[in-house]
Design a protein around this ligand. Structure first.
Ligand SMILES: Nc1ncnc2c1ncn2[C@@H]1O[C@H](COP(=O)(O)OP(=O)(O)OP(=O)(O)O)[C@@H](O)[C@H]1O
Length: 614
């Protein structure tokens, strides 16, 4: 990354204009868009459990041409975000009507030509502004750009969006001070700008910002539109200065359109149907009042006002709009050449390498945190002291130590891994929806990136406890025990990944993980020797069962002798807690752990396939 930074510094002076003309202008048409959801009715104790359909979008029609900004206004809950998501090709099921891009449905080439800035900025908190944009450029820009050109593009965005001052500051998050909210929003917009999209969607890009910063962002969007792009955004209550910058305005009220047309014509339209503000006011404030059913003197019933506005729209605007769509349909069919857009911008290897580097940078503080290492050191020394030089004279204690290995290193990696995918969910959704990389490259980069720490911690732990605890003091036995433990750590980590990916909810995943691991531990053969046959099957799926058996094998051989009772020497085979296993069973245990190691990861991968694909 150091070379990345020096390259970006040197690129400062020669940054090309990223705000050049759009690659391929896009005409966005949407006709009679309807979206419904199913809501479950009836409480927990209710006998009648029915589901009810709720209409969120009730027949929305409009068109946005290249060079235009469409602003969607409306009260909270009126359906702005839902419509934006639908237009951005990210809302699959239960969507009615037609949405076309240059006369065609949403396609992969269109996905790669579309930028989508969500309401919440989904960014990695520990990366700097430069790192964030450079990694995005490396992943999203096609291979027709060299690496240096990609970095130069990122630099151009930093300059153009006025981010030079904070280029080396970290993004930050809720508990980590980083760049300001406005700067974070500009980084999010910059990530989309990198690909020079012809179609740009933004969900409330100005919310939470002061009016000057908001004005600055909308001015940038205006410049982008001027370059032949199609810009669609939702906005809550723009100032009058901003309002007149929008070429078109769509006003929504409870999912119904009540105005679609030129921003400058909105006030005249509402005057023509009898709604004129009694005092001079910000047009967006007036429009929002109307969408909430508040007439200028607030004398009429609000529901009645909304109904009047909905029917006025149908009578006065709907037909004209449909005719306009028809007209454009006949003349504007510029197509995106599918052949010119490969399915992915970069190769699998490039994706893997960039994602690996990005992941290591983002999680450096977490993986090698003093707390994590300290935690392991503390437990290791404590265990070492407890089992201090136990030796064969205290074989029962030693077996306890091996059981502790199997239990602790079953739980610890599982609970580390369970967080992996739920924490990354938003990022994965965002990046996969914009077709940034293959799931397999992301998955492999994540697994490989976490590997060093996953293996280093148990190695430190075993090195300390093994010698302190007085297990067999030969290098062969030590490495045998260590390799068995690392093997089972990888299997248990796989289980954590699978649970996290399947449930995608930390609370449920951790509860499920605890129950599973405890059942596995109980079935491992330590507590109960003769498990009743109807429950005995559980040990065959128990990770701890196999790891515990293999750990025992790494220490004891059937013909080992040990002091069994005062002055009596026994064979280890007869010791009641040790059920040593033959070569066949050892092989079965190794295969079982290997199946778990791969199988759980496969389950995690399949579960992730549902995340973030438009
Ligand atoms: N998947 C869903 N399940 C339940 N309700 C939903 C779902 N999607 C949307 N809604 C409901 O649809 C309505 C419109 O939501 P949407 O987020 O589009 O509103 P909005 O106009 O963007 O609001 P805001 O300005 O507050 O962001 C809301 O009442 C919301 O609760």
């Amino acid at each position: 990354m150091a070379d990345m930074e020096s390259q970006t510094q040197s690129a400062d002076s020669e940054a090309p204009a990223i705000f050049m003309a759009a690659n391929r202008p896009v005409t966005l048409k949407f006709e009679n868009v309807v979206y419904k959801i199913k809501i479950k009715k009836g409480g927990f104790f209710s006998k009648t459990k029915k589901s009810e359909e709720r209409l969120i979008l009730k027949g929305i029609t409009g068109v946005v041409m290249p060079g235009e900004i469409l602003a969607m206004l409306g009260p909270s809950g009126s359906g702005k975000t839902t419509l934006l998501t639908a237009l951005g090709g990210r809302l699959g099921r239960c969507l009615g009507g037609s949405i076309t891009y240059n006369g065609k449905p949403f396609s992969n080439p269109m996905k790669r030509n579309t930028g989508f800035v969500s309401q919440d900025d989904v960014l990695y908190p520990h990366l700097t502004v430069t790192e964030t944009l450079v990694f995005t450029a490396l992943l999203r820009l096609p291979n027709s750009f060299t690496k240096e050109e990609k970095i130069t593009q990122a630099e151009a965005v930093i300059t153009q969006l006025g981010l030079s001052r904070c280029r080396n500051s970290i993004i930050g998050g809720p508990l980590l001070r980083g760049v300001s909210g406005g700067e974070r929003k500009r980084v999010s917009i910059g990530q989309e700008m990198l690909i020079n999209p012809s179609l740009l969607f933004l969900d409330e890009p100005t919310s939470g910002l002061d009016s000057t910063t908001a004005q600055r962002i909308v001015s940038k969007l205006w410049e982008l539109a001027e370059g032949g792009r199609t810009v669609v955004m939702t906005i809550h209550q723009p100032s009058s200065r901003l309002f007149y910058m929008f070429h078109k305005v769509l006003l929504l009220s409870e999912g119904n359109p009540i105005y679609f047309g030129r921003g400058t014509g909105a006030m005249d339209y509402f005057s023509s149907i009898g709604y004129t503000p009694s005092i001079a006011m910000n047009p967006s404030e007036f429009l929002l009042d109307l969408a909430n059913g508040v007439s200028p003197d607030d004398s009429e019933d609000r529901t009645a006002v909304k109904q009047v506005l909905v029917s006025a729209y149908r009578i006065n605007l709907a037909d004209g709009l449909k005719a306009e769509l028809q007209e454009i349909g006949n003349h504007h069919q510029v197509d995106l050449e599918d052949k010119q857009f490969a399915r992915w911008s970069t190769t699998w290897r490039q994706q893997f390498s960039v994602l690996l580097r990005r992941g290591l940078k983002e999680r450096k503080h977490e993986s090698f945190s003093a707390l994590k290492i300290g935690q392991i050191l503390a437990v290791a020394f404590f265990a070492g002291l407890l089992w201090w030089q136990s030796g064969l004279a205290h074989i029962q204690d030693q077996i306890g130590l091996l059981f502790f290995y199997s239990g602790f290193w079953g739980f610890f990696p599982l609970f580390q891994a369970i967080f992996t995918f739920p924490q990354e969910r938003m990022m994965l959704m965002k990046e996969r929806s914009s077709g940034m990389y293959k799931l397999s490259s992301y998955f492999m980069a994540r697994i490989v990136g976490d590997l060093p720490m996953e293996l280093v911690l148990p190695t430190i732990f075993v090195t300390i406890t093994y010698w302190m605890g007085g297990l067999k003091p030969t290098a062969e036995n030590f490495f045998h025990t260590l390799s068995v433990l690392l093997f089972s750590v990888l299997a248990s980590q796989g289980l954590g990944l699978a649970l996290g990916a399947m449930v995608m909810n930390l609370k449920s995943a951790t509860t499920l993980g605890s129950v599973l691991m405890l059942s596995f531990l109980l079935a491992s053969g330590y507590y109960v020797q003769n498990v009743p046959s109807f429950i005995a099957w559980i040990k065959y799926i128990s990770l701890s069962h196999y790891s515990y058996k293999l750990l025992l094998e790494s220490q004891y051989k059937p013909d080992d002798t040990y002091p069994c009772a005062p002055n009596v020497v026994c064979l280890v085979q007869n010791f009641h807690t040790i059920k040593l296993i033959g070569l066949n069973e050892q092989a079965i245990s190794v295969v079982a752990l290997a199946i778990m190691l791969v199988g759980y990861r496969l389950i995690a991968y399949i579960a992730l396939m549902r995340v973030g694909v438009a």
